[in-house]
Design a protein around this ligand. Structure first.
Ligand SMILES: NC(=O)C1=CN([C@@H]2O[C@H](COP(=O)(O)OP(=O)(O)OC[C@H]3O[C@@H](n4cnc5c(N)ncnc54)[C@H](OP(=O)(O)O)[C@@H]3O)[C@@H](O)[C@H]2O)C=CC1
Ligand SMILES: O=C1O[C@H](COP(=O)(O)O)[C@@H](O)[C@H](O)[C@H]1O
Length: 512
């Protein structure tokens, strides 16, 4: 019998040595995520020998100053701690390249540096360009890489030139289509890696394993057994780190739903792929996105989507200001820090099963989870006389923190009378595997070095997701009658309107 996972285990490509060039290397993402990810791969012995890194940014810095800045942050954030000896070994392969993103000459100098590195290695070498700049520079960086001849390698020795493009991938469908055109005229699609770090999270990867490597779930994974599905992403932070300027132009729907949460939804809702190739998986995910019922009138948006902003309150025992008082946020902002929506997937499997998705800043805690709410059993045996069955089965996939999966079941309370109570079967990654999960960026960097784009978004996925989001944004911002912006107190679970969205369907949000 054909086992699609066998292919993955046996022949997943191996990461290859290359030079990683990060554009925007003095920035927050590089310091907090990318370099600690590379360092942790080195700690685990997973980084291919000979990987070098060049940081490309505007300010003047020596290699040594650049390394010191990275080390300072690595000490704070690295998940495996900071080992001086391993860091020293890692840092000797890290260099700095000062240049303006818009200056073609800087890319020509970069090309000479890369050639020199390759000569030292004794031949040609592969290059991984990671665009971690503000999105306003994405086009220019891509075009300049092409102009400098860095977008491909024709040496015939199997080297490659790949590009990772950070989020946001556009701000709506037209800008995403434009960026896709720029990407496709500069790099080949097979060499393009649109990052969505949620896909690199262990628990997101485990969704396919849970569904397709266990025989018990798939027969129930449809509208005959499932009542509804909830996806919640709650954050207990506001606009820290000067993010207000970016966020106020984006909002929760664009920042999190268009990419991360629709990707999670696709993994939950997709049909089994024919194999685990990047296109095999992405073909199935994009079919889900194409099947989303479009909320394409203001009335439909009003009925199915709730947006809100936090007002001053308390989070983790601290006083926090309201969204409109945040640094770099417009005091009259109409950008949502919270969104809740009902999504319908118009396929045979999911007909009649709503997916409720919510995301909010300054909620009581940081947690992302998917909960699958199964239908309640018939009441023939356990009817009102015996107290009834206390709710249906719920399968919870905890994406983060405390990664794991739990199944809520009903059990008889020991004793002579027939009384029932919900109990939980719980799997925790940390206890079952004895270690925490690697950071998403570790897996994604390794996969891009291995040429495996399965966990990266394909062009059509990004565009389909924007189509869905654009209708909602248009209704919010372009109609003469602006739709409601609700409020919630920071540190609470969001606005009452979000509860009403489910209450209208006779349902409730799961308590996290
Ligand atoms: N930070 C995060 O946690 C996350 C970020 N992202 C995405 O990653 C990308 C980068 O974000 P982040 O690191 O926070 O951004 P930062 O603003 O912290 O960093 C921007 C970087 O770009 C460089 N830069 C700016 N202008 C120029 C220029 N004209 N020429 C050369 N270099 C320039 C800066 O260099 P210099 O300092 O020398 O001016 C700096 O290295 C964005 O697309 C963001 O959406 C995605 C997910 C999470
Ligand atoms: O992409 C983004 O993700 C973070 C949340 O990421 P997580 O891995 O910490 O869950 C979010 O805070 C940010 O606004 C968004 O741009």
């Amino acid at each position: 019998m054909k086992n699609p996972f066998r292919k993955d285990l046996v022949s997943r490509s191996r990461p290859e040595p290359c030079t990683v060039v990060i554009f925007g290397a003095t920035g927050d993402l590089t310091h907090r995520k990318l370099v600690p990810a590379l360092y942790n791969l080195q700690v685990e012995g997973a980084l291919p020998a000979g990987v070098k890194m060049i940081g490309f940014a505007r300010r003047e810095k020596s290699d040594e100053e650049f390394r010191q800045g990275l080390e300072k942050l690595n000490k704070k954030v690295s998940r495996s701690g900071h080992d001086e000896a391993i860091w020293a070994e890692f840092a000797q392969n890290v260099h700095y390249h000062q240049s303006e993103f818009l200056d073609l000459d800087g890319y020509r100098r970069l090309s000479e540096t890369l050639d020199a590195i390759d000569r030292e290695r004794g031949g040609h070498g592969s290059r991984l360009f990671y665009i971690a700049s503000s999105p306003s520079f994405f086009d220019d960086i891509l075009e300049n890489l092409k102009q400098a001849g860095l977008n491909q390698c024709n040496c015939g020795e199997g080297c490659w030139a790949r590009v990772i493009v950070e989020k946001p991938f556009g701000t709506d469908l037209p800008t995403a289509q434009h960026l896709n055109r720029v990407v496709n005229r500069t790099f080949e699609e097979k060499d393009t890696y649109r990052i969505d770090h949620y896909l690199g999270k262990e628990t997101a990867q485990n969704i396919m394993v849970l569904r397709f490597a266990n025989a018990i779930f798939e027969p129930l994974w449809n509208n005959r057994s499932i009542d509804h599905i909830q996806i919640t992403c709650s954050e207990n932070l506001g606009m820290e780190g000067g993010r207000g300027g970016y966020y106020d132009k984006a909002g929760a729907l664009r920042d999190m739903v268009q990419n991360h949460l629709l990707q999670l939804l696709s993994l939950v809702a997709m049909e089994p792929p024919t194999d685990l190739s990047a296109d095999g998986v992405r073909d199935e995910k994009v079919k889900v996105l194409r099947s989303l019922r479009q909320w394409d009138t203001p009335e439909l948006v009003e009925q199915n989507v709730v947006r809100a902003q936090y007002v001053a309150g308390h989070v983790d025992g601290e006083n926090v200001v309201g969204y409109r008082e945040e640094d770099r946020v417009d005091p009259e902002s109409m950008t949502e820090s919270y969104v809740a929506l009902k999504i319908l997937v118009d396929t045979w499997r999911w007909s009649g099963v709503p997916f409720y998705v919510r995301m909010g800043k300054q909620l009581p805690k940081k947690a992302t989870e998917i909960s699958i709410h199964f239908k309640e059993p018939p009441t023939v045996l356990f009817n009102a006389l015996s107290g009834g069955v206390p709710g249906g089965n719920v399968l919870v996939i905890r994406i983060q923190p405390d990664e794991g999966i739990s199944l809520r079941m009903v059990s008889k309370i020991p004793g002579s009378s027939l009384r029932m109570e919900p109990v939980k079967m719980d799997f925790h990654y940390s206890t079952s595997f004895g270690k925490g999960s690697p950071e998403a960026y570790e897996r994604l960097l390794l996969d891009s070095m291995a040429g495996d784009a399965t966990l990266f978004a394909r062009r059509d996925e990004v565009e389909e997701a924007w189509k869905f989001i654009d209708h909602i944004e248009r209704a919010w911002h372009e109609v003469k009658r602006p739709l409601k912006m609700s409020e919630y107190v920071a540190g609470t679970w969001g606005p009452k309107d979000a509860d009403d969205l489910l209450a209208r369907d006779g349902r409730k949000w799961r308590r996290l």
